[in-house]
Design a protein. Structure first.
Length: 309
């Protein structure tokens, strides 16, 4: 079986999410990668070094600079003539492009897989992760998104794939890039952070969220996450959100502070190795999944913890 994996990148480096997707693809067969963008030679070279990669297709053109899904999907779909499965990470980018590839191939998408049972059978979470479905697809071509936290990351080195330029297609005039606002942070990105400190509505305001959580995160070298209630209340930006409709994370340590532990939040973090919860309500559901629980007022505990670290 030949697989084609969409490489997620920022024009400079391959993102971690792709490494887990490569591992999933390797369970199906030969791993080929697609790098689409503008001036992405260095990204393609880096991609070719990922362990287990056989070939890297590069679609390099000005109209692919911002990797609009409408422009990238046809390039991938064209390559699917000689591949059996297309895999993308279950990230904002992957979830934007993969359905379009599926539509162009006229097949269904198999979303957010947790495991590869065989060439046509996969497991995936349903009901916000409260049940795991085993799904079999009879489609000749498979289009799959992969949950990054469910697969080990392939090594960035050790591969010796070949790099091949492919037709980059043309710009789809239905959509155009207007602008982007990138949030800049020195902290690790949530989906690759080893430690995450996450804040909820318990913080009460944007100022308190940042004045208490940021120093703690800095001490721990941690990424900062948030519940949806905290995001909705404006304490934290959207890209901080962890959960069913936010990011799925599985760090070594997840510290949930002032977060009640609604199932939609747990869906995004319950696979973390060690969960530490700080909450003033000892009945809060977060304590049911926590390995370590601290019942108390976060306004007292967090500064104390930060000071002692
Ligand atoms: P609350 O439930 O209000 O909890 C605040 C907690 O802080 C309480 O447990 C309280 O005891 C504690 N607290 C208050 N003051 C203090 C203090 N001084 N010291 C210590 N503890 C204190 N939620 C997500 O997080 N992510 C998602 O992706 C997501 N997706 C959703 C999708 C759908 C379709 C729906 C319907 C909901 C979704 N939600 C999501 C929302 C979710 O149901 C909850 O509403 C949300 O997670 C609650 O956030 P919270 O725990 O911060 O707030």
């Amino acid at each position: 079986m030949k697989t084609l994996v969409l490489v997620e990148h920022d024009g400079k480096a391959v993102k971690d999410a792709t490494l887990a997707t490569v591992t999933a693809a390797a369970k199906l067969g030969d791993v080929h990668l697609l790098v689409a963008g503008k001036d992405v030679g260095a990204v393609a070279e880096a991609a070719a070094k990922i362990a287990g990669v056989g070939k890297v297709y590069v679609a390099d053109a000005a109209h692919l600079e911002h990797q609009l899904a409408e422009d990238v999907a046809p390039v991938a779909a064209a390559l699917m003539g000689h591949h059996d499965a297309f895999l993308a990470s279950s990230t904002t980018t992957g979830k934007n492009i993969a359905p379009r590839v599926a539509a162009l191939l006229d097949v269904m998408q198999i979303s957010d897989i947790l495991s590869v049972e065989s060439e046509d059978t996969f497991t995936r979470p349903i009901y916000a992760g409260n049940a795991i479905a085993t799904v079999r697809s009879k489609d000749a071509k498979k289009v799959i998104t992969v949950r990054g936290t469910a697969f080990e990351k392939a090594a960035r080195d050790g591969g010796s794939g070949t790099v091949e330029a492919v037709d980059a297609g043309s710009h789809d005039a239905k959509s155009k890039f207007v602008s982007e606002e990138m949030s800049k942070s020195e902290r690790p990105e949530l989906t690759s952070a080893k430690i995450i400190v996450s804040g909820g509505r318990g913080f009460g305001s944007n100022e308190q969220f940042h004045s208490l959580l940021d120093p703690l995160a800095d001490k721990l070298g941690a990424g900062v996450g948030a519940s949806r209630a905290a995001v909705d209340a404006g304490y934290a930006p959207n890209d901080y959100q962890v959960g069913q409709t936010g990011k799925i994370v599985a760090p070594e340590i997840y510290i949930a502070i002032g977060i009640s532990g609604a199932i939609q939040h747990l869906a995004g973090m319950k696979d973390s190795k060690v969960i530490i919860a700080i909450n003033k309500d000892e009945e809060a559901p977060i304590f049911q999944v926590a390995d370590v629980g601290l019942v108390g007022d976060l306004f007292k505990i967090v500064p104390e913890l930060t000071e002692k670290l």
